[in-house]
Design a protein around this ligand. Structure first.
Ligand code: SF4
Length: 625
């Protein structure tokens, strides 16, 4: 069978290969920040309580320097794949830079700034002529790109306040050998393509087979001129042509994070493929892992690939299935093939995954709904090969290496957490509130004065503002900046007595504000109802262990210091902006026990948050170092 490359002019058509697929967020009821992902599914199946701490409580685990290896290796492999032996000599500087739109995604629809058309093709005698010389060229390109990729990955890791370890623990030589292994695996595809009888190379030479989602190659989407790599019509495929034809789709190395994802048509699941090969008319998805593939993670990776197979089917009208799934363990040998789920299995994955989404992302499960029940730890040998003994005999082996074991009831370890009722500082006794007991929402009753609105917005929230008057006390009631209330009594008018529930208080220049969001309401006050403005408590003092440092000012884009604290009761975040960042922040690290005294209560994304402002004191109680 000769594979006639399809002429594709629009990515809106049906039955097309779409390694990136988005949905119209305006017609979706799913919060894009609460979609399910393969990593969440794997975490939940490994232990529901582990998922709860990581995603519901958002207790980030430390970022080890090994992350540098993975990021640098993938970026370098992609940069080499984007290059072309008919546009770059082996030792040329990197001449590719993908133009991006305002969201950081490739500017596919504007053909003007793409680098490919401006590069003078390499003269034919100077191009690789066989697989051996192509391999030498590709390895040389890896050497050209590697240092930049390594430095960028080191900088990204070093800029993450949640990192753990030192950059010396990451080995660039090991990473480079993984890159070369990845390139060799790609060259196996190129060679298969070169030797294939089934590719209609003349159709490709004519320039009419460019896919709607092209592989990053420095050229715009609409580019129908014959390729710079094309040889004469009727001649055998040249090795340089095979490099071009076999190039898989991959995430553009210049694109911003999360701009190249695929979203389930229902909007509730999202994933991002590493490589999608399609030169042979079929679709094969590859995931790159900069590891040897040993141990329990290899089990989760099988699930991840199967979910990617299902996602491809779900995003292609359930008509197109991939023909291959594989993992490239760059520290091991051959690709690890993963069995593609059958259509019946994918139909049940659709149901099961949606059920899980509804449970853990469509709503907020309680800790009791996420039991501390770890799955057995699986055993795999190098290359993701199952061990003869498939699981560890200790059924709680997963807990021994779990970051949450220090406070999780399932670990059977003695909890090592902070529980204080008061502390003495600055000649004063401070009452300490357990983190889980921080109240972020209040009710208040009063008379309506200086009313603006109510006006119904397009998103069905209500724009309403007024001053609530209760004797001598006053509060400004207003919509929250992230979205206002939906439940507002129609009888509200100047002078009426109303009750505000679930309002978030804040103080600004001595003035109490009550912010209302979709969880808040305004209703007529009933006879005998009581909820005084004066009882609203906006200040709080807490003591906890620093679980993670989530943001640290960098003098450029980040101007806040944000941390997550844990104590025996739960967790909360604490944040300080600009001049309110305490001088102690520079010396506070993960594991320290600190007190935040006289902070302001708040809420951020459903979690209690303590804001540091004028009058807040931060004290280090136990320095872990
Ligand atoms: S310590 Fe064990 S039970 Fe608790 S979250 Fe970790 S793996 Fe799950």
């Amino acid at each position: 069978m000769r594979i006639q490359a399809i002429e594709i002019k629009s990515h809106e058509g049906k039955g097309l290969s779409m390694p990136v697929s988005t949905i119209d967020q305006k017609v979706s009821s799913v919060d894009p920040y609460r979609r399910l992902s393969a990593s969440q599914v794997i975490a939940y199946r490994n232990c529901p309580r582990y998922w709860y701490y990581g995603w519901e409580r958002r207790l980030k685990t430390p970022l080890p320097p090994q992350i540098i290896r993975g990021n640098a290796a993938e970026a370098c492999i992609c940069r080499v794949m984007r290059d072309s032996p008919s546009l770059h000599l082996a030792e040329d500087e990197d001449a590719m830079s993908t133009p991006l739109n305002k969201d950081g995604a490739p500017e596919w629809d504007d053909p003007s700034n793409w680098p490919g058309p401006r590069i003078e093709p390499v003269e034919k005698p100077l191009r690789p002529s066989d697989m051996d010389s192509l391999r030498i060229w590709a390895h040389a390109r890896a050497q050209v790109h590697f240092q930049r990729c390594w430095d960028e990955a080191c900088d990204d890791w070093a800029a993450n306040p949640n990192r753990k370890g030192t950059v010396e623990d990451a080995d660039p030589d090991q990473c480079l050998s993984m890159v070369l292994r990845g390139i060799d695996l790609h060259l196996q595809e190129v060679e298969e393509c070169l030797n294939s009888e089934d590719v209609d190379v003349d159709a490709w030479r004519s320039g009419k087979s460019r896919p709607a989602w092209p592989a990053p190659d420095g050229f715009p989407r609409d580019w129908s001129s014959p390729s710079h790599a094309a040889y004469d019509i009727g001649s055998d495929m040249h090795v340089v042509e095979a490099w071009e034809i076999a190039r898989p789709w991959f995430v553009d190395p210049d694109a911003a994070s999360f701009t190249q994802t695929s979203t389930h048509p229902g909007g509730w699941f999202q994933g991002e493929y590493d490589l999608v090969y399609r030169w042979d008319g079929a679709t094969r998805i590859i995931d790159i892992k900069a590891s040897v593939g040993r141990g329990d993670r290899s089990h989760g990776y099988l699930d991840q690939l199967r979910m990617y197979g299902w996602l491809w089917w779900a995003t292609h009208e359930r008509k197109e299935t991939v023909t291959g799934l594989a993992i490239w363990y760059l520290g091991a040998g051959d690709p690890k093939d993963v069995v593609m789920p059958a259509v019946e299995e994918m139909e049940s994955m659709d149901r099961d995954l949606f059920e899980l989404y509804s449970k853990i992302r469509g709503s907020n499960p309680s800790i009791e709904e996420c039991p501390a029940e770890p799955a057995p730890l699986r055993r795999f040998k190098d290359g993701g090969v199952p061990d003869g003994q498939s699981v560890e005999s200790d059924t709680r082996a997963r807990c021994n290496r779990c970051e949450y074991a220090g406070f999780c009831e399932g670990s059977n370890q003695e909890p090592n957490l902070i529980q204080m009722e008061t502390i003495q500082r600055f000649g004063h006794t401070w009452d300490i509130t357990p983190l889980q007991a921080i109240r972020t929402r209040f009710s208040a009753i009063g008379d309506v004065s200086r009313l603006t609105g109510p006006d119904l917005n397009e998103d069905e929230t209500v724009d309403v503002r007024f001053t609530m008057v209760d004797g001598w006390d006053r509060a400004t009631v207003r919509p929250h900046r992230m979205g206002g209330p939906k439940r507002v009594t129609r009888s509200i008018k100047e002078g009426s007595r109303v009750r505000v529930d679930n309002a978030m208080p804040s103080l600004w220049k001595g003035q109490l504000n009550l912010d209302l969001d979709s969880l808040s309401s305004i209703s007529p006050a009933e006879e005998g109802d009581e909820a005084s403005i004066v009882d609203i408590e906006t200040r709080v003092s807490v003591v906890g262990r620093v679980w993670s440092i989530d943001a640290y000012p960098d003098g450029a884009s980040v101007s806040r210091w944000a941390i997550t604290l844990v104590d025996a009761s739960g967790s909360a975040s604490a944040v300080a902006f600009k001049q309110f960042i305490p001088t102690a922040a520079a010396s506070i690290s993960r594991g320290d026990v600190i007190g935040v005294l006289n902070g302001e209560v708040g809420e951020w994304a459903g979690r209690p948050q303590i804001k540091m402002g004028p009058g807040t004191r931060v004290v280090v109680i136990d320095d872990e170092a």
